[in-house]
Design a protein around this ligand. Structure first.
Ligand code: ADP
Ligand code: MG
Length: 252
C-alpha cells in the first residue's frame, strides 16, 4: 500500500436546496454533508434513485454551487475562487465522466480525445500518439474519425473515457459511469478508473453498480440527502446489506 496522499477534496457541512418555480416548498436535496478524500483514493456514493448522488457529485466537482457550507477542491475553496481559476482547475486537473459526455460536436472523436492535451500545451505529435493509444486500449480506434453525432451512447462513453485517460487528471468525478454500458464495456470503465487511481488520481463515483462500488476504497450510502453508512473496502453483498438496512434498498 502506498502512503496516503494529500487531501484533494473536502466538503464542510454542505447543503443544497433547489427553489422550484411554483413549488410551495424548497427542495432540500442534501444537508450537512462532510467528507474528505486523499490522492489515489476511490470513493463510491451509492443509494436509491433520487437520493441526491448526482447533485452531490456536481457540487463536489464545482459544477454547481452549494447552498450552505463549502467545498475545497485541490486546495481551492470553490466558493471563493474566481471564474478563471475555477475554469483552469476544471480543465487541467479535474476529469469528468458524465452520463451525457460533453463532446465538442464540431470535432472528430480523436480531436475530442486530444483536447485536454492540446489545452495543456502537449506537443501535437505526442498528443496524437497518446490519444490513439487510449483509443486502442478501449478498442475504439475505428471511431477516431467519426463525429459525436455519429456515435451511439456507448461509443460516446468510450470517447469520453479515452479523453479522461489522456488528461491525467488529479481527481475524477464519475456519475453512473457504467450506467448504460454492456458488461464488456463496464469492465473497460473499471480498468481505466483503476489505472487512473494507480497513477495517483482520486476518484469519486456515484453509482448503482455494486460490483463497481465494491472496487472502491470507501463506500458511502446516500439516503434521502444525508450520508448513511461508511464502509471500508466492502464487498457487493455488504453494500447491498447496508442499503437494505435503510429500508429503501437498491432500486434497480
Ligand atoms: P440521484 O443521482 O441519487 O438519482 P439526483 O441528485 O439526481 O439524485 O436528484 C436528487 C433530487 O434533486 C431529485 O428529487 C431531483 O428531482 C432533484 N433535482 C436534481 N437536479 C435538480 C435541478 N436542477 N432542479 C431541481 N431539482 C433537481
Ligand atoms: Mg444520478
Amino acid at each position: 500500500m502506498l502512503a496516503p496522499g494529500p487531501t484533494v477534496l473536502s466538503a464542510h457541512k454542505i447543503s443544497k436546496v433547489f427553489w422550484m418555480k411554483d413549488a410551495k416548498h424548497p427542495l432540500h436535496v442534501f444537508s450537512g454533508v462532510s467528507l474528505s478524500l486523499r490522492a489515489g483514493e476511490m470513493l463510491a456514493l451509492v443509494g436509491p434513485s433520487g437520493s441526491g448522488k448526482s447533485t452531490l457529485l456536481r457540487c463536489l466537482a464545482g459544477l454547481e454551487p452549494v447552498t450552505e457550507g463549502h467545498v475545497v477542491l485541490l486546495e481551492t475553496n470553490l466558493a471563493r475562487a474566481s471564474r478563471s481559476t475555477l475554469a483552469a482547475m476544471l480543465r487541467e486537473n479535474v476529469g469528468l465522466l458524465l452520463i451525457n459526455p460533453p463532446l465538442v460536436p464540431s470535432l472528430t472523436a480523436l480531436q475530442n480525445v486530444e483536447l485536454p492535451g492540446q489545452l495543456a500545451g502537449r506537443s501535437a505529435w505526442s498528443n496524437r500518439e497518446l490519444s490513439m493509444r487510449s483509443l486502442e486500449e478501449l478498442g475504439a480506434k475505428d471511431l477516431a474519425k467519426k463525429t459525436p453525432e455519429q456515435l451511439t451512447p456507448p461509443q460516446a462513453a468510450k470517447i469520453s473515457l479515452a479523453r479522461l485517460l489522456t488528461q491525467h487528471p488529479k481527481i475524477v468525478f464519475a456519475d453512473e459511469p457504467t450506467g448504460r454500458l454492456s458488461t464488456a464495456d463496464s469492465k473497460l470503465v473499471l480498468k481505466s478508473l483503476l489505472k487512473l487511481s494507480a497513477a495517483g488520481a482520486a476518484i469519486v463515483l456515484a453509482t448503482h453498480d455494486l460490483h463497481l462500488a465494491s472496487q472502491a476504497d470507501r463506500v458511502i450510502t446516500v439516503v434521502d440527502g444525508s450520508l448513511g453508512a461508511t464502509l471500508e473496502r466492502p464487498s457487493a453483498e455488504e453494500i447491498l446489506a447496508a442499503l437494505d438496512q435503510t429500508a429503501y434498498g437498491d432500486d434497480e
